[in-house]
Design a protein around this ligand. Structure first.
Ligand code: NAD
Length: 333
């Protein structure tokens, strides 16, 4: 199958070529899919997309007009695809529902440790030959209460790590995992989780129901000094409300791998441009906010998993069979 691969980088190109092993004709583009770049896919039956690509209705119309009938997502999340539109255009869409949940769970842990134990600041001080410790005090995770919102594959992997640290792990998810009791994860309702947690980590998908799940009223209910970790999707958190909570010091810190306005910012080199996003500029200014640019998935194992499942999805479509990972409009509801 001829596939136009948008938003490709060296790190995902090599595993994808290896997984496809010449079966599919891949054309790689570093460009993001948008109304302007959609025509690049002419002559291809499929496109492959990542999270920053725009698969909204007008873009899908263009792709369909060019003869594109399949979209192979290289991500688990599909909030960037208008699934109602792909359904009406009869474009098939498949995602990569699972690929090393450890990559994201371990990144969330790394961010929490780095923020709490002031590792970034410590590194800067060492570079300056300032070996004083006065500003570097952290806290033990052992004994703290960790609230996990969304106990699917990644949430459970994070719960296991936190359980290993000796933390008290509580979770909220409309669908409970039967393995929760084995790792001493106790389910509570959302309000109780917000009120009790010292650290809250988000691991649920972004959809119409979860947009701004964490807003002003949730920040007001949180324990003073609570740390928020978001490695899921930026739109789960209302950034304005988070800034307010950081400014009045009620929120103790934030570890953010995702940001609600990351499209057009993350994954790109903006070194020579002026940062126009005032929300991001304010966020970046906080000493107790650690930001990474949507890199939680970036391990060799995760890249290999993404490439293999993408190849499986393309193989199925090439053989005129349904992929087990196909998404339908109801998935977005
Ligand atoms: P998953 O489907 O295994 O788990 C998601 C869980 O969220 C499910 O158990 C579901 O029941 C629960 N959920 C749904 N609505 C909820 C709500 N309102 N409140 C609480 N829980 C709710 O998915 P996963 O593989 O664990 O991935 C979770 C999310 O992580 C993805 O949706 C994606 O947005 C994000 N992600 C981020 C990266 C990254 O690099 N930063 C990489 C992969 C995935």
């Amino acid at each position: 199958m001829k596939v136009y691969v948008y938003s490709s980088h060296q790190y995902d190109r090599i595993p994808l070529e290896k997984a496809c092993s010449g079966k599919h004709q891949l054309t790689f583009s570093h460009k993001k899919l948008s109304v302007d770049s959609a025509r690049g896919a002419v002559g291809n039956l499929a496109v492959s997309l990542f999270t920053a690509d725009d698969a909204s209705s007008p873009v899908l119309e263009i792709l369909h007009g060019l003869g594109v009938r399949y979209i192979a997502l290289r991500s688990a999340g599909y909030d960037h695809v208008d699934l109602k539109k792909t359904g009406s255009l009869q474009i098939k869409v498949a995602n990569v529902p699972a690929y090393s949940p450890y990559s994201i769970a371990e990144h969330a842990t790394a961010m929490l440790l780095a923020l709490n134990r002031q590792l970034i600041q410590s590194q800067h001080l060492i570079a300056l030959q300032d070996f004083r410790l006065d500003t570097l005090t952290g806290f033990d995770i052992h004994g703290k209460t960790i609230g996990i919102i969304g106990t699917g594959k990644i949430g459970m992997a994070f719960a296991r790590i936190m359980s290993g640290f000796g933390a008290v792990v509580i979770g909220y998810d409309p669908v409970q995992d039967p393995d929760a009791a084995a790792i001493k994860l106790k389910y509570v309702d959302m309000d109780e989780l917000i009120l009790r947690s010292d650290i809250i980590s988000l691991h649920c998908p972004l959809n119409e129901k979860t947009k701004y799940l964490i807003g002003k009223s949730q920040f007001e209910k949180m324990k003073r000094g609570c740390i928020l970790i978001n490695t899921s999707r930026g739109g789960l958190v209302k950034t304005e409300a988070m800034l307010e909570a950081l400014e009045n010091s009620s929120l103790g810190g934030a570890c953010l791998d995702v940001y609600e306005k990351e499209k057009g910012l993350f994954f790109e080199d903006h070194r020579t441009s002026i940062l126009k996003d005032q929300l991001f500029a304010r966020l970046r200014g906080f000493r107790n906010v650690l930001i990474t640019g949507h890199q939680a998935f970036l391990t060799n194992e995760a890249l290999r998993g993404i490439a293999e499942t993408t190849n499986l999805n393309l193989d199925c479509w090439s053989n005129n069979t349904a992929s087990p990972n196909e998404l339908t409009a109801w998935a977005a509801a």
